[in-house]
Design a protein. Structure first.
Lengths: 497, 490
């Protein structure tokens, strides 16, 4: 079992620089490398014992800085495994896409290197089992993402990148304080031990403070309303690959952190703050939906839709029930797949038409670029939660969880949350349908007709889209594949509940 | 009465004292500047070796109370070379070597008298080395002055420069006042406890009669104020930016690293060994000092447009982080001292590196605006990469893992000592700090505004940057080198 030091291979197999002269070779190299990473991830899938997904598997555990009790401790369980695979997949697809559609701004070598460093940070976050190690990986993603937005972004990219890094760092600072509070008071930094104890040995006051600090820290990343304001700017400004990773993986780090660290290590604190978390979550859902209705930029709209979707995820977490937390994890994966796809599509639309503005795009995309428009329709429909596609289950289960929250939580409040969340879901449908009616349907504007045919969809674009489409269908039609893996560890984390 | 002296224990300061006199004499006989730099750098190197050799041996102590005078009390030695001392001596000496490397060219270009310069520098280092080994209040005060006095002269050595003279005067006035305040504090503590040795003061404070308590409290706060000046903590920070700007750059580096490290060592010694009984008094004072220092330093650093002033204010802010662990008071004090020590040691590496790059860039540029750093990545990619790395380390973000661990250690100590609010203040401050460090780092990679700066650092400066960079990289990969040493410090 330990023969595949999964994370070690992942982390160490990512060189920063190689002597690859031309961009094509660089592209092949990057694709090969991230593909290998994905393969290692998939082989971990085979090595993973699905009979006991709540157990940490494929562990690596070395002392790093013993004087402060820091260990290089990695491992995967049912909660992190899907996210690890999602990360590996999305990075791979991003690099495939980038190989053919490099971002404007040149310096492809640096871009590739940064994406690979990002991948290390993201994977590390999901497999780290030591609080400080988790924090280190959590931070690793900041500088590369900052550079990706600031160098290859569009529009007001510097300001957006700066906003992104400052907001996230504020979150990280609070997070660090919260995690160390738990670590010091409990006397261990080991996440598995902390999870087993379920807050034993921590007083109620400590748990409340710690959970608040951690929830704020992760909330910035997630993003939780009203800490989300960095997100639309960052998404809009980032290049396609940046947006995909930002939405597909980075946001998940926040919710994953809450589930993995904040819930099990400070359960009483979680109970205390859960109604507030739920409130902010539903505000986020409705706010995200309303903001989307007002957006005219395609990428900005998708970004705000992320706020709404992550609201569902947070609502699921706030219920503190296995159903709700399962929904959250499901929503995480679904959102990663669908929004990743949407950002790829938005990037392609922008490449072809030179704008992401809904008004300038006009209608008739189905006529002028039928294939692109079909996939866009598919992704939008999946995102608004059509039953049978991945987006549906996350939202539905989150609302179901809110209908029957943890016994110690005020039920009436959560039922209200559920109702409001339901309205939010309807609004989500409204803005996606509005977006589709604006750009895919209707007549093609005259100036587009005269501008000549739109470039066909390239092989690389298909290569980036189709796996996501397939997985969206798979997860949507057989949600059990995913739920089976996450259920047992969630129960373990919540203390057998 | 004749006392045996353990010459091995006091070898490092002794070597430097001899070398300092040697440098002064050699200058009188017309030795070339390069030879003087070699003498001073060499002496520092030998002293560093001595420290390394001592580190393998056990704890050494000398200048102890003779058995006849000791009574039933502890051994009461004035000079102790334990792990804590040796770690700080190592940091001080290594940083001083870098300062000497940086000053080779500055001495020539600023027409500074070389003999005096090296003499004063070595004398100040002797003060720093003694300060970190001192275990009684008199030796602390004397060595603190030995550290301070040469620095006034060093700052003023560019005699033709009005800014330098003003800076020196400012430093002198603030320093003298703080020394007076501290001496008054020491006298009050002595009056209350009847002891000068820290290992006697501590038990005396523990069973202090209630009517003497106010005296002791005032004394402790005044001693604290004296050290707050040394480490440039608010409200004794006003001298820092002006002095950094007016002084020759290597001297500014010396002030911000060597002098500060020694100051923190002294502070930690006094608080941890002498005054733990009054932790409930000085704990909150230090907490407030730390919070105000980091916030004010960071806010003012935001508004700076010259590199040296920015670094000056940011180093004020960094003092705040270093103070933070000591805010815990008596509970978990050893851990807090270890955290401060670790932070100081790590900070020394990053900050001396940043200073080295500034020296390299300013050698050719007359001005020192932050915008001069634009486009450095095009003309000098190595220099820019090193600078970016130091800045990211100071900001505490990966890949500057070293800075991140420094922050983690400090946060941990603060949280463990139940001053979580201070940790939250720190969290906010790291964001402010990141803002200006990051903007500076980004400047390195943007297109130059006008003519790209033609920067050609000399070999010594290059060596200094390389050494600091290597240190930073090694400590980023293996932070336990420092953290482990610190853990054994008591």
């Amino acid at each position: 079992m330990m023969a595949i030091p999964l994370a070690g291979a992942l982390a160490l197999a990512l060189p920063r620089e190689r002597f690859l002269g031309d961009d094509a070779a660089l592209g092949r190299f990057a694709v090969g490398l991230s593909g290998a990473t994905l393969l290692v991830g998939l082989s971990a899938l085979t090595a993973f014992d699905f009979g006991a997904p709540q157990r940490m598997q494929l562990r690596v555990d070395w002392p790093w800085a013993p004087s402060i009790g820091l260990r290089f401790h990695l491992g995967v369980d049912g909660i992190s495994l899907p996210l690890v695979l999602l990360t590996a997949l999305l990075t791979f697809l991003c690099l495939v896409y980038t190989a053919k559609h490099p971002p404007a701004g040149g310096r492809l070598r640096l871009f590739t290197a940064l994406l690979l460093v990002l991948e290390v940070g993201m994977l590390g976050t999901f497999v780290a089992l030591d609080l400080v190690l988790f924090f280190v990986f959590f931070e690793v993603v900041l500088v590369p993402m900052y550079a990706v937005i600031a160098i290859w972004g569009t529009g007001d990219r510097r300001a957006a990148a700066l906003k992104f890094i400052l907001y996230t760092l504020l979150g990280s600072g609070l997070l660090l304080a919260g995690m160390l509070l738990v670590g010091v008071k409990a006397g261990t930094l080991d996440m598995t031990v902390l999870a087993q104890r379920h807050g034993e040995g921590l007083t109620r006051g400590v748990q409340i403070v710690a959970f608040l600090l951690m929830a704020l820290g992760f909330g910035v990343k997630a993003p939780m309303w009203p800490l989300h304001t960095w997100l639309p700017d960052a998404h809009t400004a980032a290049p396609t690959a940046g947006s995909v990773l930002l939405a597909g993986v980075l946001l998940k780090m926040g919710t994953y952190g809450i589930v993995r660290i904040a819930l099990p290590s400070a359960p009483e604190g979680a109970e205390f703050w859960a109604p507030w978390l739920g409130l902010l979550a539903v505000v986020g859902i409705v706010y995200g939906a309303l903001a989307c209705l007002a957006q005219t930029d395609l990428k900005r709209m998708i970004a705000f839709s992320s706020v709404g979707h992550m609201g569902f995820v947070l609502l699921g977490i706030a219920t503190l029930t296995p159903v709700g937390v399962n929904a959250a994890l499901f929503g995480n994966i679904a959102h990663g797949l669908i929004t990743g796809l949407l950002f790829f599509l938005a990037g392609s639309v922008k490449d072809r038409y030179g704008t992401g503005d809904l008004r300038e795009l006009g209608g008739g995309l189905l006529t002028s670029a039928p294939r692109l428009a079909s996939v866009l329709t598919f992704a939008s429909v999946a995102s608004l939660g059509l039953p049978g596609l991945a987006g549906f289950w996350g939202e539905m289960l989150a609302l179901l969880g809110a209908y029957r929250p943890d016994a110690d939580l005020p039920r009436a409040t959560f039922v209200t949350f559920m109702a409001v969340g339901g309205i939010g879901a309807v609004l989500t449908a409204a803005y996606f349908l509005r977006m589709l009616s604006r750009i895919t349907h209707g007549p093609v504007p005259d100036e587009r007709l005269t501008a000549g045919p739109v470039a066909a969809v390239t092989r690389h674009e298909y290569a980036a889209w189709l796996p996501l489409v397939a997985l969206t269908l798979l997860v949507g039609l057989w949600p059990k594949t995913l739920l089976d893996v996450t259920t047992a560890p969630v129960r373990a984390l919540l203390g057998g509940g | 009465m004749i006392q045996g002296i353990d010459y091995a224990a006091i070898a490092p300061p002794l070597i430097l004292a001899v070398a300092a006199l040697g440098a002064l004499l050699a200058d009188a006989f017309g030795a070339p500047r390069r030879a003087l730099a070699l003498v001073s750098g060499g002496a520092l190197g030998v002293a560093l070796l001595a420290v390394a050799a001592l580190a393998f041996g056990g704890r050494r102590a000398t200048f102890c109370l003779p058995t006849g005078l000791r009574g039933n009390g502890p051994r009461s030695c004035s000079y102790v070379a334990d792990d804590f001392t040796l770690l700080f001596q190592g940091v001080v000496l290594a940083a001083a070597v870098i300062v000497v490397l940086l000053s080779v060219r500055e001495v020539v270009e600023s027409r500074i008298p070389a003999g005096e310069y090296h003499f004063l520098l070595l004398a100040a280092v002797v003060g720093a080395l003694t300060l970190v080994a001192a275990r009684d209040l008199v030796l602390l005060a004397v060595s603190l002055e030995t550290l301070s006095l040469p620095v006034f002269a060093l700052v003023a050595l560019r005699r033709y420069d009005g800014v330098a003279s003003e800076a020196a005067l400012k430093l002198f006035l603030v320093s003298v006042i703080s020394a007076a305040v501290m001496l008054f504090g020491i006298s009050l503590v002595y009056g209350a406890t009847g002891a000068m040795h820290l290992d006697r003061i501590a038990p005396a404070l523990d069973r202090l009669p209630t009517e003497l308590e106010p005296v002791a409290v005032v004394g402790i706060v005044l001693v604290l104020a004296g050290f707050a000046f040394k480490v440039a903590a608010v409200p004794f920070h006003f001298w820092a930016p002006d002095v950094y700007q007016g002084a020759p750059l290597p001297v500014a580096a010396f002030l911000s690293v060597v002098s500060k490290a020694a100051g923190f060592a002294g502070l930690a010694i006094v608080l941890a060994l002498g005054f733990p009984a009054f932790g409930h008094v000085w704990g909150p004072v230090v907490a407030v000092l730390a919070a105000v220092t980091m916030t004010l330093g960071n806010l003012l650093a935001l508004r700076q447009t010259t590199a040296i002033r920015l670094l000056a204010w940011s180093s004020v802010a960094q003092s705040g982080y270093m103070l933070a662990p000591l805010a815990v008071g008596r509970s978990r004090l050893p851990e807090a001292v270890a955290a401060t020590t670790a932070y100081v040691a790590l900070y020394a590496v990053m900050n001396i590196g940043a200073f080295a790059v500034i020296v390299a860039v300013r050698e050719r540029l007359t001005r020192d605006a932050l915008d001069d750093y634009r486009g450095l990545a095009r003309t000098r990619p190595g220099l820019a990469a090193a600078m970016a790395f130091f800045l990211i380390c100071l900001a505490g973000l990966p890949p500057g893992v070293m800075g991140l661990f420094a922050k983690v250690v400090v946060f941990r100590a603060a949280v463990a000592g139940d001053v979580t609010w201070l940790a939250v203040v720190m969290a906010v401050n790291t964001v402010i700090g990141l803002y200006y460090y990051l903007l500076w780092a980004v400047r390195l990679f943007t297109a130059p505004a006008g003519r790209p700066a033609d920067v050609a650092p000399g070999t010594p400066v290059r060596a200094a940057i390389a050494a600091a960079f290597a240190g930073a990289v090694v400590l980023s990969v293996a932070p336990q080198i420092v953290l482990q040493t610190v853990a054994t410090v008591s």
